[in-house]
Design a protein around this ligand. Structure first.
Ligand SMILES: C[S@@+](CC[C@H](N)C(=O)[O-])C[C@H]1O[C@@H](n2cnc3c(N)ncnc32)[C@H](O)[C@@H]1O
Length: 269
């Protein structure tokens, strides 16, 4: 099993708390070329009724809810869940004075502890590729949704951040990033969802990164689901930073990175 779906590694190291994910989100926040913020775009996709019972699985530090906190309709009843208690704690802290608007629950998406036909909406953003038994998770999400209920799932595409990964592997071919092929991406996800849901649609978010600082890019690489942190230590880390600096210098102090992100929208029959 690769680290991307190694639930023990994810729970005890990668997502033990929000630190790794925060380093990755920071690179996007600082250097995205689009003026349309990703989290605002994600929230804009939730075209929901004024009253809706919503479950998010794998919510992480609840960035989307935090960023859009002024826009959440009063009639939305929102439960945020994650299998990592540390992540849920980060979500609570992050939501600050809005925390009372949400319920929180530790949940493994492969076994959702709610009755059938309970939710109007389920959200699973950037997390389905982590699930070893994705069919079980999708069956659970379908089961807890009401007929006609909506499912939203963001993920990445095959070219996402390819220049960043190539740069690290060019420096050291032994560096890996979790797995060879993403098991749930914008290319292979639709067929997986079509087994459980109707009207599966895909929306891509147009954006790229133009990075102008070395440190946030290196922090991103060290935070990833793979072995970069183990390999890039001491002198190897110093050499890698010098390599990234040289690459920036060749491109007039910038480094361009392709982004490929988007959302699946689906409905329970
Ligand atoms: C890349 S983060 C995404 C966080 C957030 N949804 C976002 O888009 O910013 C993946 C999240 O999935 C959670 N996760 C991984 N496996 C899970 C599982 N089996 N059940 C529930 N959550 C899981 C991790 O703890 C982590 O918070």
């Amino acid at each position: 099993m690769t680290r991307v779906s190694d639930q023990n590694y994810l729970l005890t190291e990668q997502y033990h708390n929000a630190a790794n994910l925060t380093d990755r989100i920071r690179l996007h926040e600082q250097f995205s070329t689009s003026a349309y913020d990703w989290m605002a775009w994600v929230f804009d996709q939730y075209q929901l009724p004024a009253n809706a019972r919503i479950l998010e699985v794998g919510c992480g530090p609840a960035d989307c809810w935090h960023k859009n906190r002024q826009r959440i309709p009063a009639g939305w009843d929102i439960t945020l869940s994650d299998f990592s208690p540390g992540m849920l704690e980060a979500a609570r802290t992050h939501l600050g004075d809005q925390v009372g608007r949400f319920a929180f629950r530790v949940i493994d998406a492969q076994a959702i502890p709610y009755d059938d036909v309970f939710f109007d909406v389920v959200i699973a953003n950037h997390m389905l590729y982590h699930i070893p038994d994705r069919a079980a998770a999708l069956a659970e999400i379908q089961r807890v949704l009401k007929p006609g209920g909506q499912f939203f799932a963001t993920t990445i595409g095959p070219t996402h951040l390819q220049e960043l990964y190539e740069l690290a592997r060019w420096f050291d071919p032994n560096i890996t990033f979790g797995g060879v092929q993403n098991p749930f991406d914008l290319d292979n996800g639709l067929a997986q969802l079509a087994r459980w849901f109707e009207d599966v649609q895909i929306e891509r978010f147009p954006d790229n990164l133009l990075v102008t600082e070395v440190a946030p890019l290196v922090a991103f690489i060290l935070s990833t689901t793979g072995n970069a942190r183990e390999i890039l230590q001491g002198e190897r880390l110093t050499a890698f930073i010098a390599c990234v600096e040289a690459e920036f210098a060749q491109q007039n102090g910038t480094f361009f990175i392709t982004k490929d992100s988007g959302m699946f929208k689906a409905r329970r029959a």
